[in-house]
Ligand binder design. Sequence first.
Ligand code: TA6
Length: 303
Amino acid sequence: MSKIDYSLLNERFGLRGEVAFKEGAGGLGVVEVSNSHATAALVLQGGHLIHWAPRSQPPVIWLSRAAKFGPGKSIRGGVPVCWPWFGPHSGDASLPAHGFARTIPWEVTATQTLPNGATRLSVHLVSSDATRAAWPYSTELMLHITVGTTLEMDLVTRNASNEMVALGQALHTYFEVGDVRRIKIHGLGGCEYIDKVDGCARKVQSGPVTIAAEIDRIYLGSTADCLIDDPQLRRRIRIAKGGSRSTVVWNPWIEKAARMGDLGENGYLNMVCVESANAADDVVTLAPGTEHRLWVRYAVEGL
Ligand code: TA6
């Protein structure tokens, strides 16, 4: 991993009292954001947002206390960028699950204070011989993040090749909840889903999603807002999205969390993944010269 020049990054992209770059855990580059609306943090490797908390709110994005940080390591929590495939690679089991975007270097392309006091960051994935070996298409991946009283993330893929490209992707977001056993997730009623803890059986959701065991579902054709109602933190997290037809709901529960080893003591109780994705039947196809946007907007409401 090439050495990052933090003084140059701060000179070019730092914003006094608002955006600062520094070396973080595992020697990874981190950009910290603090404005009148919220605080946030992003690890440059993977374009991986690891923190967002509106002022007067506990964090909305969950990060494991046992998360491991290091070159090429995926981070447990935050918003991993799954790209250019979701889940295991369809043809080569030696390739990393959820693609390579989340474990390789990204670079900053812009930082900006918006008129309403929010902060906008733009980062992009850096292609290499290694990425081209896994993904032999000329594509560009950019992520634009707006940190304010809401969190907006805009994942843009541009197909710069002269061939059609099939793309699986997700913003694999870990949300912080008071007690996962007490939440309800609205917005998926009536959607077909693939139940990965029941032999990938296809089922239809009836009513809100509640969690009392391991859950790993890919909801298909789901485009409506999702709402996470959290009675313990007395808040509702609204997940609005566009360019995404899949929603993945995941919690490893007790045994799988223990096997994974990086969720921390009882960490599974304080997180739920509600991922805005294009996976399974919803994989998108990009024509040459076109681009695809997958965007989300997270907001906290009273409950
Ligand atoms: O999105 C749910 C899922 O695909 C689960 O099956 C589980 O593997 C989770 O992602 C975490 O994957 P990771 O590769 O980050 O450990």
